[in-house]
Ligand binder design. Structure first.
Ligand code: ADP
Ligand code: MG
Length: 248
């Protein structure tokens, strides 16, 4: 469903992504792991052209966007097929939980007010925040804010949701509820690509784990393969360092 073809990206002359190929199938949950600074966020951002790749193309279903010749219209079409969940929830401070989910449906998706508010309130119920409709972000915990951020991504019914370290900005006490919501989506066969440093979560929720290092995909496979039978020494080293760190 998503095909990343030979994507490259450099910042200030330094190659951050080197000819990356990646395919995501419908209904699949793919976790991207790897040391920090190796291009995981850049790859995710290139998938919906939040970062313009220097080379390569992204295909989502029938839509093919080539970095060498893009139009604003194509990029918009691509972004409509994918939604993105950021580390810092990026909610509008002056809008309630309900409005944060409904407003993009009205402004970006041209839904009627009535329709948008009906779907937003259904989503809030789904994510266990039905009692918070009229709360502003400042009145919600970090975990609740991030759940609203995920609810906003769910509301657009996009083909896939891309998550960039969705729990790394949270106080530890709020991590579990956010991971639980992502698991709930995985059960519903929502296609997702998740950059995460939560290894036991990745292991549990992902159909496939992709290990990146130094701008390249080094190895990928099922959680079982990657965590217990990694072939590349760089993967082995990363996994064993993490195991030592967390006692897994
Ligand atoms: P990761 O998510 O794996 O930690 P990133 O994709 O954020 O890695 O970053 C990869 C490299 O690219 C890092 O060296 C980072 O400093 C650099 N980088 C990322 N974004 C930018 C940017 N907008 N401008 C310059 N350098 C960047
Ligand atoms: Mg990152």
């Amino acid at each position: 469903m998503i095909k990343v073809n030979k994507i490259s990206k450099a910042f200030n002359g330094k190659m951050v992504l080197k000819n990356v190929d990646l395919q995501i199938n419908e209904g699949e949950v793919v976790a991207i792991i790897g040391p920090s600074g190796t291009g995981k966020s850049t790859l995710l951002r290139c998938i919906n052209f939040l970062e313009h790749p220097d080379q390569g193309s992204i295909q989502v279903d029938q839509l093919m966007v080539n970095a060498a010749h893009t139009s604003a219209k194509e990029i918009l079409a691509l972004r409509r097929k994918l939604s993105f969940v950021f580390q810092n929830y990026s909610l509008f401070a002056n809008l309630t939980a309900l409005q944060n989910i409904a407003e993009p449906l009205i402004t970006v998706w041209q839904q009627s007010k009535q329709q948008a508010y009906a779907s937003a309130s259904a989503i809030l119920k789904d994510i266990g925040l039905a009692d918070k409709v009229d709360h502003y972000p400042s009145q919600l915990s970090g975990g609740q804010q991030q759940r609203v951020g995920i609810g906003r991504a769910m509301a657009t019914q996009s083909k896939a949701i891309l998550f960039d370290e969705p729990t790394s900005a949270l106080d530890p006490e709020w991590v579990a509820e956010v991971l639980a919501l992502i698991k709930q989506l995985a059960k519903q066969q929502q296609t997702m690509v998740i950059v995460t440093h939560e290894m036991s979560f990745a292991r549990e929720v992902a159909d496939r784990i992709v290990f990146m290092s130094d701008g390249e995909i080094i190895e990928q496979g099922t959680p079982e393969q990657l965590f217990t039978k990694a072939k590349d020494p760089r993967t082995q080293q990363f996994i064993s360092r993490i195991a030592k760190h967390t006692g897994d």
